[in-house]
Design a protein around this ligand. Structure first.
Ligand SMILES: *Cc1c(COP(=O)(O)O)cnc(C)c1O
Length: 458
């Protein structure tokens, strides 16, 4: 069979509140044209993020009921510990409330002023937690990682020549550890090859530098290795994942992605002394080591999610959904970041709406139009989110790209939901030259995208 179907049937449903364009216009005005300010019930198809927005399976809901809420020695912890050890091969399993708590604990243990931390590309919370300690976060992506039209099977890789140069020029005592993010979220969710993981590990370890994976999307990365890297086609996904983890000394995981849960995270380590230090910080702000920042039922659902996620049928369906949307948009002439990843499709709004200069926020213009026409909530990843402000004119200064991310929650939407999205794009395509720019009326001194008030430019 050629048709790839959703490898599940639906047992519980959540009603969508249908809305009219008039109602959406009113909501948009009330929200000052910032989609973060909408109520979720005002959104029909929510593609804001894939973080914590997935649907749990019947087995996860059942596990939830079996959660052991004991303060110390929870059975749900021991089940999670066993599952994570089997998945990763690492020794110490430390539960936390979400990925950034693992970052804070590890980085506060190992980073300080004057230290430098290399990565393919740091995710924004990772960078922020490193910089908060006074250390420096260094990005070493392959050339062309940010070129939307460049096709490559493993565009998320770290540039090995840049890493060699960095390690040559930097005194080893300034590099307390190295990172690698799989998949590389910041450059469009692009995967990292097994060869790259192995070679990065070899270079760090040759200098005695510990190596950790930022592994929020480990299952999606393992699946791309199986699909695209020579020699892995017939290997089971759990073996591929175990091999990825085997090259590193531990990992940080935001379980809100491939953990298939709505909240949770993990810090997983081999080093006894480092794990002991991490647990001391854990107790200070997250909780006792057998629950971290989580309820027993959260750990139970997470353990089950981790046992489910390396399912070829599920990942095949997830990739097929992304490619279905990506192909249809390409057919409509909408420029998207190539190749299409698995957790999101990124539309190049700057290229598609050339009449709107970057300082008038083409990405935000497209986001507002998607909401107005079809109740779709996407997210601007461009000048509003990452650009600066010109001190003379007070106008936004452009970010590298003006993208709109359509992020796919896990196991939530079906093909007809994507057909709706495609139809909305098709309508916009017919009069995209009429779309107007936006200006910022009010903004916070940092992370302005979340709270800025905007208005269309007449
Ligand atoms: C989401 C994410 C994080 C942060 O995790 P939270 O659970 O949101 O705190 C860190 N790194 C990567 C690559 C992520 O995708």
């Amino acid at each position: 069979m050629e048709t790839i179907i959703e490898p599940f049937r639906i047992r519980t449903v959540e009603r969508l509140q249908m809305s009219t364009e008039e109602e959406r216009m009113a909501a948009l005005e009330r929200a000052h044209f910032n989609l973060f300010s909408l109520h979720s019930k005002e959104v029909l198809i929510d593609l804001l993020t894939d973080s914590g927005t997935g649907a749990m399976s019947t087995k996860q809901w059942a596990a939830l009921m079996m959660g052991d809420e004991s303060y110390a020695g929870s059975e749900s912890f021991f089940d999670l510990e066993k599952t994570v050890r089997k998945l990763t091969g690492y020794k110490h399993v430390i539960p936390v409330h979400q990925g950034r708590a693992a970052e804070r604990i590890l980085f506060q243990t190992l980073c300080a002023e004057g230290k430098r931390i290399p990565n393919n590309t740091h995710f924004d919370t990772t960078r922020a937690n490193i910089e908060f300690t006074g250390a420096e976060a260094i990005d070493l992506p392959v050339d062309g990682a940010l070129d939307p039209s460049r096709e490559a099977p493993f565009k998320g890789n770290m540039d090995l020549d840049k890493l060699d140069r960095f390690l040559e020029e930097t005194p080893t005592e300034e590099v307390p550890f190295g990172l690698l993010t799989i998949t590389n979220n910041t450059t469009g969710g692009q995967p990292v090859s097994m060869e790259n993981i192995r070679e990065v590990a070899r270079r760090y370890h040759a200098k005695g530098i510990p190596f950790f994976l930022d592994a929020a999307r480990f299952a999606e990365n393992a699946f791309f290795i199986k699909k695209r890297e020579p020699g892995y086609k017939d290997r089971p996904l759990d073996e591929i994942a175990l091999e990825m983890f085997s090259y590193a000394d531990g990992c940080l995981i935001s379980a809100k992605k491939d953990g298939l849960v709505n909240i949770g995270g993990l810090l997983v380590l081999n080093d006894d002394a480092l794990a002991a230090q991490a647990k001391n910080l854990l107790i200070l702000t997250e909780g006792f080591p057998t629950y971290g920042g989580l309820a027993g039922r959260d750990m139970a659902a997470l353990a089950q999610g981790l046992r489910e996620v390396l399912d070829v049928d599920y990942l095949e369906y997830r990739l097929a959904s992304a490619q279905y949307l990506g192909r249809a948009l390409t057919f409509l002439g909408v420029p998207i970041v190539k190749p299409c990843g698995i957790h999101a499709i990124y539309v190049d709004a700057r290229a598609w709406l050339p009449q709107i200069p970057p300082k008038e926020l083409p990405g935000q213009s497209l986001c507002c139009e998607l909401y107005l026409r079809g109740g779709i909530r996407a997210v601007e990843i461009g000048t509003l989110m990452f650009g600066g402000t010109d001190p003379q004119t007070g106008e936004p200064t452009p970010a590298d790209l003006d993208l709109v991310r359509l992020t796919l929650p896990r196991r939530v939407y079906t093909q007809s939901h994507f057909d709706w999205v495609i139809e909305v794009f098709s309508g916009i395509a017919r009069n995209r030259e009429k779309l107007k720019g936006y200006r910022i009326l009010e903004e916070a001194p940092f992370l302005r995208a979340f709270t800025a008030k905007l208005a269309p430019i007449p």
